[in-house]
Design a protein around this ligand. Sequence first.
Ligand code: RIB
Length: 297
Amino acid sequence: MIAVVGSLNLDLVTPVPRHPVPGETVLGGDIVEHPGGKGANQAVAAARLGGQVALIGRVGEDDAAGVMAAAVRAEGVDTAHLARTPGVPTGRALIAVNPSGENSIIVSPGANSRLTAADCRAAADVLNRAKVTVLQQEVPDEANHAAAELAGGIVVHNPAPAVEGVVPPRHVDVLVPNRTELAALTGTPVPDTIDEVAAAAGKLSGAGAVVVTLGGDGLLLLEGTARLHIPAFAVQPVDTTAAGDCFCGALAVALAEGRTLEQAARWACAAAALSTTRPGAQPSLPHRDEVEAFLKR
Ligand code: RIB
């Protein structure tokens, strides 16, 4: 079983010809709404790829709460530990996507910011039994720290979005930052080359292994003194939203199935590449048979 502690957001997505600069208004296309949120995306990704998944999180008591809960439930995700917070909106994300598929996102966390350590303690049984627990940073640190303490299996922490000054939980087995998140964690400039990424990752302490996701450059896996660069799959991206979430969900499934970190990372790389070829967050997340077919191309 895989436990995901994390956020649920209703995504409001607008295509834009280019991202606005401060003070500028850009006319976009028609807005669409999708279920999203890094936690819910990771949970749905893992469920579509064959994982048995429980999601620990919070929504409000508005219409979006029902939409978000129904979306994850429809994928078979266990929502017994999805709580409602009265008087607070469900999380929402305002997303602009340019013609290259690059996004910019503003998150209004709403109920996600009310998730507590006590919520995680109430799910202690789930966290203790889970083969893999997945965390990210759209919920308060206290929830992540409590979940990592209670986790009985492998802890995967995706320090997204990048937040300066956040201290990742101590009990993390696999840390999965992208370049920007790595820079925020280490206080270094955003690394560009593979050597710069490796040097920045070398400044991290505590996590057992680090998998730096590099978008079109693939990923860099650092485990002990070993360092492995895995190139990206060649795809034509239309929307990169949730690619990192897809990667983490897929990584969790493969690790829960007993694959090595390298095997899991290669498989997750394929799932994430496939997700970038479709628009939206949860709508873009592939099913297992699609990933297997993609790998046989
Ligand atoms: O990682 C993509 C997600 O980030 C979106 O679904 C949005 O809700 C934000 O949380």
